[in-house]
Each structure stands twice: as structure tokens, then as C-alpha cells.
Write a protein that binds this ligand. Sequence first.
Ligand code: LCS
Length: 381
Amino acid sequence: MGFSTRAVHAGEEPCPTTGAHVTPIYQTSTFVLAGKIPRYFYTRHGNPTHAVLEEKMKILEGGGSALATASGMAALLTVMLTSLEKGDKVLSSEAIYGGTYNMLKFLLPKFGVEPIFIDMRDPANVKRTLDQETKVRIVFFETPANPTLDIIDIEKISRVARDAGADVVVDNTLMTPYYQRPLELGADIVVYSATKYLSGHGDTLGGIVVGKEEFITEARRILAVTGSVISPFNAWLIIRGLKTLSVRMEKHSENAMKVARFLDSHPKVRRVLYPGLSTHPQYKLARQQMRGFGGMVAFEIDGDTGDVYEVLEGLKLCRCAVSLGDVSTLIEHPASMTHRSIPEEERVRIGITEGLMRISVGIEDADDVIADLNQALSLLS
Ligand code: LCS
């Protein structure tokens, strides 16, 4: 069956007791035991609402097994704790979400794990580093990257990493399984912030890990120990969001393309980063490994932080907020918000300059979003 059909139906059956058509929220911490330990006994170890979300994600991703977590950060940390031991190294793309950077740079070293950050746009860089280093257990990247929208070659890097005995972990938050399926391109593990497009309405936190069954079984054990499980209600919101994922992604992408074209022609805009523009440095690769270009656009205005804030304060419809993948258009300034923890020198090298703005284009009418951006940009002298 097609993706949209699976998104609506996969993992869901009418309730055998009541006939309820929609999956119930099993809002319970514990389960009554009748002599033996049944499948569910305590929500930190599993819950029927979680199981439906996990089954749906597994089927949409085409992977072995899925695990739901409290947030995207919880998903990433669970993967790291499952895979790594003291003395191991993580080879990471340098263009990643600020929170993930913090985890790799500051948290993992406390437990004897060393991060190495490199530019992964050229797979030869990854090969060179893997040839030089020992004990690299994980090769991690986001593609497209938040917020630079760099595209990284999943297939080539997976091949290089496999030869070196490292697992490839891809954060697929910006694309979702509707537009990109890393496991089919050779990656070992896929991670999501379900807070974003998977749930889609900006009303919950959540995370997902998809990988081989043995890995997920071990990750589930780790999750039960760390306790960073999702609540049944939040899992239910993500199940509901997934049913409309394909229609939302199509609209996000259609709108983002229009917004990117508008920004590209604006005199106050220096450059626009959108994988769907033929001017994107990796347009060809984007077309190869993605089925659509998504809803995220980054652009650099001809100005500094003060000018960026003038634009942000002038917006009436688009909201200045971090997060992304919401039905509403959200816009932010990575250098002072989502990526402020990355030291300035590194930030600028990656391309997160003072004038860079990131827009998560919503599913409103594109003309209204464009009109709002136009009036706010016109405030710049
Ligand atoms: N991965 C990516 C690519 C993200 O963008 C985020 C959050 C996370 C993981 C972490 O997910 P969370 O724990 O928040 O569910 N990104 C954010 C952003 O760009 N603005 O605010 C949060």
C-alpha cells in the first residue's frame, strides 16, 4: 500500500473491547498483573499507545523496529548510550542542531566519549577521518542540516562507514520518511524529533528511533533505565499527526518553494538556502536522495543582528519562535537562538552568520506568508 494509506492505517485496529475506531490513550502508569508478567506492566517499560506509534513509524520507515521517546534529544541520547562505551568516538557533521552539538561536545565527554566534528558535504572527508582515527563507533549527521540546509550523501557515507565498522545515524527530522528514507540508502539508525513534522502542530514533544530489531531491543532497555519515555497522550498526538503527514509535507514544500523564490528575488536578501532551488550547491544530490525538498528555508539578509531583529519584530503573521515543522510559519535567528551554544568562530565557518534567518514555512496560504515577509523586509533601510 502507498505511504498515505499506511500513514492513516498502519499499526491501528479497532479496540477489541469497545470497537473504538481511534486508538485510545492508555493514560496509565501501571497495569494490573494476574499472576504472570504480561506484555505491559509499567509504562516506563511500554504502553499500548506507545506501541501503536512505534508500529506506525516502523512501517512508514521500512525499518526493523521503532522506539518512541520523550523528545528528539531523548532519542539521540538513547542511541548514544546504546552504542557507545568509554573510549569510543563519534564522528559528527559540524552542521547540526545546537542541542545535539551540546550533547556531543559537552555531555558525552564527561563519560569518556570523544566527539569529532567535520564538514561532511564531501564524503572523502569522512573517509579520510575514518582512515586516521580508531574507535569511531558512530558517524552522525543531519541531512538537510539545521539550519544551513547542507545536504549530505547518505549512500556514500554509509558505504565508507560500513568499511570502517561504524554505524551511520541519520537525523531525518527535516525530511520525515515521506521525503527521505535513510535506511533504504544504507544508514543503520534513523532518529527524529517528532516534535516537528511528524506531530506537525507544535503541541507536543516527542522523539523516534528506528533501526534493527536487536538494536531497538537494547535501546528500549536503556530507555527504561534513563526514564526518558514519552507520555501516552503525547504519543497519541503524534499518531494523529502522522495520519496527515503526506498532505502537510506537500503543502509545506509547495509553500517553501514559493517563499524561497520570493526571497531569492528580494534586494535585501543576500542568499537563499533551499534544496529545491537549482542554485543550492547540492541541488543534484538533493534531487537524488530526497523525494521532495521540505518546508525549511534559510536566508541571509544584507545586515547584522540588529537588522534581523527589526525584521523579526516587524512580522505580523509569521511568528518569531524556535522549533519547526509546525502548521504555522515560524521564523528565528540561529546565531542568537537555536545555535547560540556553538562558538562564534565555528558558527561562522559553518555558515551561521549574523544575518542568517531560518524560516519553517507553514501550511498557510503562501501569498499571505510572502506578503508578511515583504512588509517586514521593507522596514530595512
Ligand atoms: N534534531 C533536530 C534536527 C532538531 O531540529 C531538534 C530540535 C532536535 C533534534 C531535538 O528535538 P527535541 O528534543 O526538541 O524534540 N530543534 C529545534 C529547533 O531548531 N528549534 O527548537 C528546537
